[in-house]
Design a protein around this ligand. Sequence first.
Ligand code: FAD
Ligand code: NDP
Ligand SMILES: CC(C)=CCC[C@@H](C)[C@H]1CC[C@H]2C3=C(CC[C@]12C)[C@@]1(C)CC[C@H](O)C[C@@H]1CC3
Length: 507
Amino acid sequence: MTAIETETFLEYILVEHRWIIVMVALLPISLIWKIWSTFRNYVVFKLNSAPKMHIKKVKEVQSQVKAWLAGDRSTRLCTARPGWQAMSFRQGIYKKTFTNIKVNLVDVLEVDMENMTVRCEPLVTMGQLSRTLEPLGLALAVVPELDQLTVGGLVMGTGVESSSHIYGLFQHFCLQYELVLADGSVVTCSKDENPDLFYAVPWSYGTLGFLTSAVIKVVPAKKYIRLEYRPYNKLSELSHHFIEESLKDKPHEFIEALLFTKNSGVLMTGNMVDKIGDDGKFNPIGKWYAEWFFKQVERHLTNNRTAVEYIPLRDYYHRHTRSFFWELQDIIPFGNHPIFRYLLGWLMPPEVSLLKLTQPEAVTKLYDKAHVIQDMLVPVEHLEKAIDVFHDEFEVYPIWLCPFRVFNHPGQLKIKTNADSQMFVDIGVYGVPKAKGYETVPSTRRIEAFVSKHDGFQMLYADTYTTREEFRAMFDHTLYDKVRDSLPYCKDAFPEIYGKVNRNVRK
Ligand SMILES: Cc1cc2nc3c(=O)[nH]c(=O)nc-3n(C[C@H](O)[C@H](O)[C@H](O)COP(=O)(O)OP(=O)(O)OC[C@H]3O[C@@H](n4cnc5c(N)ncnc54)[C@H](O)[C@@H]3O)c2cc1C
Ligand SMILES: NC(=O)C1=CN([C@@H]2O[C@H](COP(=O)(O)OP(=O)(O)OC[C@H]3O[C@@H](n4cnc5c(N)ncnc54)[C@H](OP(=O)(O)O)[C@@H]3O)[C@@H](O)[C@H]2O)C=CC1
Ligand SMILES: CC(C)=CCC[C@@H](C)[C@H]1CC[C@H]2C3=C(CC[C@]12C)[C@@]1(C)CC[C@H](O)C[C@@H]1CC3
């Protein structure tokens, strides 16, 4: 075999049979990594990272910013968290050229049972938080389901989940932020203290300052979720019931739907309960041998009848983690096979960070060319029309549908109504597009135009292809610009949001 033939063969294996690398290397390394990081974090937690260390750690962030300030300021600033560790799908190319500020703040600082809040440092993950809160009978009002998502990323970006039709996005139940600004000062902000900064922080993607802690509202939790599955074979019917459930005065606590074809899907509504009732079976979907959740949901469609199940709370919160929604089926095609699940299910899923770290160039190109990962947020009344357009442009199934409320607050997410809030739906499209004529940039641009025209927004953990003008039309920059103008050195230190999230300008 010549060198070129060997390279081509290796590329073929890496692209077509990535599961070999995942099974042989990534799953065992993920396990070792998990054991090591749990141990390391535990020691860090016990020895260095106690709440009293917080002030010292914030000072370390300040001194790095002040060192940059004292220099020639020819570079800009971003967090030192490497791109491969982050959940954002877009590549943070700027990490190589910007000055990296280490914000190694990993602790849950305080759970205040009286005021029902938790104070966290930015690298606290959703998995860590749900594990800390569960024994106390508490939960975040909304738990973004992938457990490696961090408080920092969710505050600076956004977070949405199936209770968001009541509580809104992650920003809507955050009560206070503590930030290190570009002049090296520390400020706290809330709706009553520095409100402009408080409302401009969400969706700012680290372009106003470095988050060092956040106070987040928590809610009482119960042991199980009683989940009702309702299959539909007509989009209009599913859409009608989805909207009706979301807008009810006293809605179910959890609502989501999965579409398996343009015209068929399952609507799921759930509530927390303390006891398992006799109207449904107990289903611990988080067990290592359990079938992937979306496959279980699909069976309710095939059976074509309403069903009720009782699911342990944490299993429900992390229901899409073990299969990364349905993304893992492209990487480990037999991952849901019973033999695999019973023998090796406990090793799943591989760490997203390791998948990103070891992703060969050929796979990156393949994802760029023939894979969609996008969440588009549109007012819920446009749901049916949106599905039509998504079908024509992408034809990717399943589709994730999750209703959420946007409150009429100042900031980048401006709603076009005078009411207190407006109901939206998150349309999550993850997979290989089958639509004829699909081309990543033109097809995504047409979807972006549809979303913008219907007063919607694009989630920014993935790439946006909008122009700067289109981006500014989608996200209201009035308050954001005002805050950037008013904060000393802010514009020297950080690019605009668009400069980070658009692939063509991100350097
Ligand atoms: C005492 C202690 C203190 C710690 N302190 C810190 C700290 O200060 N800072 C820090 O960063 N880390 C800390 N950690 C580590 C941290 O908790 C973990 O590294 C990380 O958050 C992973 O948590 P997890 O809940 O996802 O892991 P696990 O609960 O072990 O889950 C393993 C995997 O299985 C899946 N899974 C788990 N439960 C379910 C379910 N019910 N349904 C479906 N899938 C499921 C998920 O995919 C998950 O990735 C600490 C750990 C301990 C034990
Ligand atoms: N269910 C959900 O809601 C889901 C949400 N997501 C998205 O994933 C992203 C979160 O992923 P995660 O890995 O946690 O975060 P990332 O590391 O990807 O960070 C996201 C952004 O937040 C900035 N940021 C993070 N921490 C800080 C901080 N302490 N100070 C200042 N800026 C900070 C980052 O800045 P920098 O570039 O400088 O590092 C980056 O621009 C969000 O965009 C979220 O919307 C993804 C999947 C599901
Ligand atoms: C519920 C919301 C709002 C979003 C869910 C998004 C997820 C489906 C994606 C977020 C990060 C994505 C990554 C991958 C799959 C899809 C996500 C989990 C990969 C695992 C795909 C394979 C690549 O090699 C690595 C990717 C890392 C990020």
